[in-house]
Ligand binder design. Structure first.
Ligand code: BMA
Length: 328
């Protein structure tokens, strides 16, 4: 039975076919990095960022790291998803409540469209990292909402539709530091303010590439085979953490049930821009654009906490690979 993908087509999705002889299910853009070092005068790099199609072009919310090494969220736009222009000032969120607006830093944004509204979730500094939320319809004004969870939490990722009548989000409870642990959990909310019905989705472990911690990547993609989730898995070596990418399929109605999960990384730090940078050996998927008409998927990844890169895969192939090479 052919796989169906429940989202809009993106006819101008950035894309390159798989190179002949490539043995992998995910392959890299041959002109990486898409966003190089020093993309703004005050920035060391832009990485781990969120892109969506908008009015026939592309826009995004970008983790922009300044020379004091503090991360801020900047807006950017692109005609083709490859050449980007960034606002030089960080996004100014609208909110009357100073307690909500408090943002010591913001990083690792994700963008999720639900209906005609685009939601940003990010790691928000509120007495430690937690999940910040904002929404926009036009990418001109951004309304900040309540932080979703108590500190400490990271990798908050919304599902692109309500589930069981509620908004749904994955997240990864953490600590204030570099968190030497971490599993993915699921939560629901009727109103994006009060979150509950917390469920465990999946744990770190099973094999070494994801032995230290895991975290959701881009918003899950709704397919006839389940929610396709790309996630990062972290190994701790004698030289520090190594961030790779895996894939999983979650049950459509009860997404805390994992149907399949890759028993190996489908993308690991190998290219020079992934192994060399401010934090070596990091490939961190934060956006998955999918063209439902062709099954083409473009993954925007942060690389070495310095660059933004593109990798590609095909929905049919990555789903088949996940099923055939699964360990749950
Ligand atoms: C995590 C986050 C990510 C980063 C990674 C590797 O804790 O800060 O944004 O890519 O570490 O440094």
């Amino acid at each position: 039975m052919p796989i169906t993908i429940h989202s809009d087509p993106i006819p101008n999705i950035p894309w390159q076919p798989k190179p002949a002889g490539c043995p992998d299910v995910v392959w890299r853009y041959d002109k990486n990095p898409v966003i190089d070092r020093r993309p703004l005068p005050q920035a060391t790099g832009i990485y781990n960022s969120a892109v969506v199609p908008f009015e026939g072009k592309f826009v995004g919310v970008f983790r922009t790291e300044y020379k004091n090494r503090m991360p801020h969220l900047h807006f950017g736009r692109s005609g083709d998803g490859l050449q980007w222009q960034f606002d030089s000032k960080e996004i100014e969120f609208q909110c009357d409540d100073p307690e909500i607006k408090r943002q010591e830093y913001g990083y690792d944004p994700r963008l999720t469209r639900i209906g005609d509204t685009y939601y940003i979730t990010w790691c928000n500094g509120y007495h430690g990292p937690t999940i910040g939320m904002a929404r926009t319809r036009d990418f001109k004004t951004f309304e900040q909402l309540e932080n979703a969870f108590l500190p400490y939490n990271r990798n908050g990722v919304l599902f692109p539709r309500k589930i069981n009548g509620n908004y749904a989000m994955l997240s990864r409870p953490s600590d204030t530091g570099h968190t030497p642990f971490g599993d993915i959990f699921y939560s629901e909310s009727p109103d994006l303010t009060f979150w509950g019905k917390h469920r465990h989705v999946m744990s770190k472990g099973l094999s070494w590439w994801q032995d230290k911690k895991i975290g959701a990547g881009p918003s899950p993609i709704e397919t006839s085979e389940g929610w396709l989730l790309f996630y990062h898995g972290v190994l701790e070596s004698c030289n520090g953490f190594v961030y790779s990418t895996g894939a999983a399929l979650l049950d459509l109605d009860e997404p805390w049930k994992v149907l399949y999960r890759t028993n190996q990384a489908i993308l690991m730090p190998e290219a020079p821009y992934e192994t060399t940078g401010l934090v070596p050996n990091v490939v961190f998927p934060a956006t998955a654009l999918v063209d439902s008409a062709t099954g083409r998927i473009a993954l925007y990844c942060g690389a070495a906490d310095t660059f933004t890169t593109l990798a590609f895969c095909d929905a049919d192939e990555v789903i088949a690979f996940t099923k055939e090479n699964s360990q749950v």
